[in-house]
Design a protein around this ligand. Structure first.
Ligand code: 5RP
Length: 220
């Protein structure tokens, strides 16, 4: 079985009847949503989904998963993908799909936050550019401040390269080449820059499930 599918299926087994589940974004999380929907149908269990993007919301609705809002409900468990996972401390980079702001709101506020990846994402050090969502008006000054922190930024462009990608919140994304050593410290420093809405360094996760050729393994 495809490694992403295998890890998504394993994560779906963690979900208990009656849970409020944070639904991640991206291709691996999409497989989780699909596997969760299968369990709901085959085992007749009730699940309520809190989406981390419009992409996740539309997909969950397509599969018939009832959607509730984090404005009204606490999340029992959130399952999400990642772009990179650092082996030694499980620091993550997320936001390759541009959804990291909602993702962090849902994932960090869940009672349990589980990340699902295939083995190609697990690295000794982080090198994926850090996505930083910014208020459009602030992009130039934020880029200057990021440079002071040692980061070179580019504005993320849409597929046709004619204009910036616009997030679910109506903002721009900067992709920042920056060395991540102390993940928690850098996550906080970037978020302290005026104009930054949220960055894609996730220094807190409860469990990472990794799809490997030898089966699904848990990192804690
Ligand atoms: C979106 C994300 C995704 O979880 C991340 O990009 C991984 O996606 P995929 O599973 O498609 O590789 O953070 O903002």
């Amino acid at each position: 079985m495809d490694l992403k599918r295998a890890v998504a299926k394993e994560a779906a087994k963690l979900i208990k009847d009656g849970s409020v589940v944070g639904l991640g974004s991206g291709s691996t999380a999409a497989l989780f949503i699909e596997e969760l929907a299968k369990r709901m149908e085959n085992e007749d269990i009730a699940i309520f989904g809190v989406p981390t993007s419009y992409e996740a919301k539309l997909l969950a609705s397509h599969y018939g998963i009832p959607i509730v809002s984090i404005e009204d409900y606490d999340v029992d468990i959130a399952v999400d993908g990642a772009d990179e996972v650092r082996k030694k401390d499980l620091a993550l980079i997320k936001g390759g799909g541009g959804c990291h702001t909602w993702e962090k709101i849902v994932d960090y506020n869940a009672k349990e936050f589980v990340v699902i990846v295939d083995e190609s994402k697990v690295k000794d050090s982080l090198s994926f550019p850090v996505p930083v969502e910014v208020i459009p008006h602030s992009y130039r000054v934020v880029m200057k401040r990021l440079k002071e922190l040692g980061g070179e930024s580019v504005i993320r462009l849409g597929e046709r390269k004619r204009g910036p990608v616009i997030t679910d919140n109506g903002n721009f994304i900067l992709d920042v080449n920056i060395k991540v050593e102390n993940a928690e410290e850098l996550e906080e420093k970037i978020n302290n820059i005026p104009g930054v809405v949220e960055n894609g360094i996730f220094s807190r996760v409860d469990k990472v499930l990794v799809g490997t050729k030898k089966g699904v393994k848990a990192l804690k």
